[in-house]
Design a protein around this ligand. Structure first.
Ligand code: PGA
Length: 253
């Protein structure tokens, strides 16, 4: 399976900055993208169309959105629909990112609703899960990942396995490693990814073949080692994806 390298730009970059980064990425990718990588970029909403103009047509490069509201249209002030995102060129969405869970207080049931809704609308979903430091230190890693996976996937188990394999990716991101510079150690990544695969195996008709990405302080210096670990099918990168050079080094790791 091709390794998946995803960039989450969060609330950074105006349209011109996003376009410039996308152009630098496009020329770097043309100069020597390894055949075994799928690249995803999640810009802020207003830059999706710009980034799509540059990267959208490239084979193996996908553009997505960081959020959406699970309704077709209507009285949802401040929200954005999948149809609007598709119009701008997005075909994937992030769901359950720790900042949506912990800063914006999205619940497991709302995230389940969003996951189901996006897949029904033919969008791909990167469903993010991960424990806080307090949850890990109090021995609740397994409980938290079990809850997030069981509830997050509760609305999609009736969907065809081939659709899920094509359109659903899990990202394990320990909350304590996001934006902190503290990358999870090899033992912690191996343990968590094995657990995630085991839990996925118990969902529906065995979803253990879904790709599982690692995220949390991924840098050019640690990307290769992380990609070499068992059950790590790719990386979700925040801070180190903001500069094209650094993200290209991760893609090429
Ligand atoms: P980080 O963010 O790479 O800056 O730690 C990862 C993420 O939030 O997806």
């Amino acid at each position: 399976m091709k390794k998946i390298i995803a960039a989450n730009w969060k609330m950074n970059k105006n349209r011109a900055q996003a376009r410039a980064t996308a152009e630098e990425l496009a020329s770097g990718l043309s100069a020597g993208k390894p055949a075994d990588r799928t690249v995803m970029v999640f810009p802020p909403f207003l830059a999706i169309a710009e980034v799509n103009t540059v990267l959208g047509g490239r084979a193996g490069t996908l553009v997505g959105a960081q959020n959406f509201y699970p309704a077709e249209s209507g009285a949802y002030t401040g929200e954005i629909s999948l149809a609007m995102l598709a119009d701008a060129g997005a075909s994937w969405v992030l769901v359950g990112h720790s900042e949506r869970r912990h800063v914006l207080h999205e619940s497991d049931s709302f995230l389940a609703q969003k996951t189901q809704y996006a897949l029904r609308q033919q969008f791909g979903v990167v469903l993010c899960i991960g424990e806080t430091l307090e949850e890990r230190e109090s021995g609740r890693l397994s409980d938290v990942l079990t809850r997030q996976i069981e509830q997050g996937l509760s609305g999609v188990l009736g969907m065809s396995k081939s659709l899920l394999q094509e359109k659903l990716i899990i990202a394990y991101e320990p909350v304590w490693a996001i934006g902190t510079g503290k990358v999870a150690g090899e033992k912690e990544v191996l343990e968590a990814h094995a657990l995630v695969k085991e839990l996925l195996g118990k969902q529906g008709d065995d979803l253990s073949s879904l790709p599982v990405l690692y995220g949390g302080s991924v840098k050019p210096a640690n990307a290769q080692a992380l990609l070499g670990l068992a059950n790590v099918d790719g990386l979700l990168v925040g801070g180190a994806s903001l500069e094209a050079k650094s993200f290209l080094n991760i893609i090429n790791a």
